[in-house]
Ligand binder design. Structure first.
Ligand SMILES: [Zn+2]
Ligand SMILES: [Zn+2]
Length: 307
């Protein structure tokens, strides 16, 4: 590499060969991701005081995995809309304008059928029946609430099923995008769909050694985000880390003194099995600790709202 004007070599502090060039966006693989999540949830449930709830979520993840074969092709934003989004640093998937289409309807129908076998409390069972019987307008309303991160507390159980179907559908849409065309959106928002992250994960991939990614709770895209920077407001000042002493798997909360938000950070370098959605639920004790210290949860996870 040389400077065009003078021909002098440019200063390059990183020796060639050690250059980490992490991909900015990593699209989800809907063929495997929910199966992996289900296995992690089962593993967590085995020795956890929230075992029944984690097993319930594992059943949902298994349904998300099983229903994938033979679904209609999802509608993907057309190239001109994607290009426009890119120019304006917007995500190609517009959550606010999403309209149910045959692929989503089929996903939700199948999910509601497949989860019927799961062991669940009577309240969740009643919610499931109500979602099954909901007319299109009521379904649409639930879908909108999930997409707006505005799930009403009284009907959390209903929305868990709708959120699960949206995760599958949006992951299928995201998987059909071109990762190289995605651009940074806002302060740590998903470049695929604009969601705030569910957690961030330190990975140790050959292309991205010891590198942090944020994980999307909706379209399941991961995006590169530098370390020691708030995933709520983007500041690099006043970042701290809190954890429960001797907690298994070393999950920490990354706290921010500027906005008083926090999002959990998972270290897959040390614990490869960590899953952002599953381990977020399994570490809600950490949420209590950090909230008591005066921080606001910045992460989005529809499975954690009722607790
Ligand atoms: Zn997303
Ligand atoms: Zn902040």
């Amino acid at each position: 590499m040389s400077n065009k004007a003078t021909g002098a070599p440019l200063h390059n502090p990183v020796p060639i060969g050690n250059v980490a060039n992490p991909h900015f966006a990593v699209l989800p693989d809907p063929q495997t991701l929910f199966g992996i999540r289900a296995a992690r949830l089962r593993q967590l449930a085995a020795e956890h005081q929230l075992g029944p709830y984690l097993n319930f979520l594992a059943g949902i993840a298994e349904a998300q995995h099983r229903l994938r074969e033979g679904l209609p092709e999802p509608e993907v934003p057309p190239p001109d809309a994607r290009e426009r989004a890119r120019q304006f640093n917007m995500p190609p998937i517009d959550r606010t304008r999403f309209v149910a289409e045959p692929a989503f309807d089929a996903t939700l129908d199948r999910l509601l059928d497949f989860v019927a076998d799961i062991e669940m409390p009577a309240q969740a069972r009643a919610a499931l029946e109500q979602v099954k019987q909901a007319d299109p307008a009521a379904r649409d309303e639930m879908m909108r609430a999930v997409l707006a991160d505005a799930i009403p507390v009284e009907t959390l159980a209903h929305h868990v099923f709708v959120a699960a179907a949206l995760q599958v559908h949006m992951a299928r849409v995201a998987a059909r995008l071109d990762a190289t065309q995605l651009v940074a959106v806002g302060d740590a928002l998903c470049p695929g769909c604009g969601s705030a992250p569910v957690a961030s994960v330190v990975v140790d991939w050959p292309q991205a050694p010891n590198t942090r990614y944020c994980a999307c709770p909706l379209c399941q895209t991961w995006w590169h985000y530098v370390r020691i920077r708030c995933t709520c407001c983007g500041t690099t000042k006043g970042i701290g880390y809190k954890e429960i002493e001797n907690a298994p798997n070393g999950v920490q909360a990354e706290t921010c003194e500027e906005c008083h938000g926090y999002v959990k950070i998972l270290n897959q370098r040390k614990y490869l099995q960590l899953d952002p959605v599953a381990d977020d639920v399994a570490t809600m004790g950490l949420d209590l600790l950090v909230r008591e210290a005066g921080y606001r949860r910045g992460a989005i996870n529809p499975y954690l709202l009722g607790y």
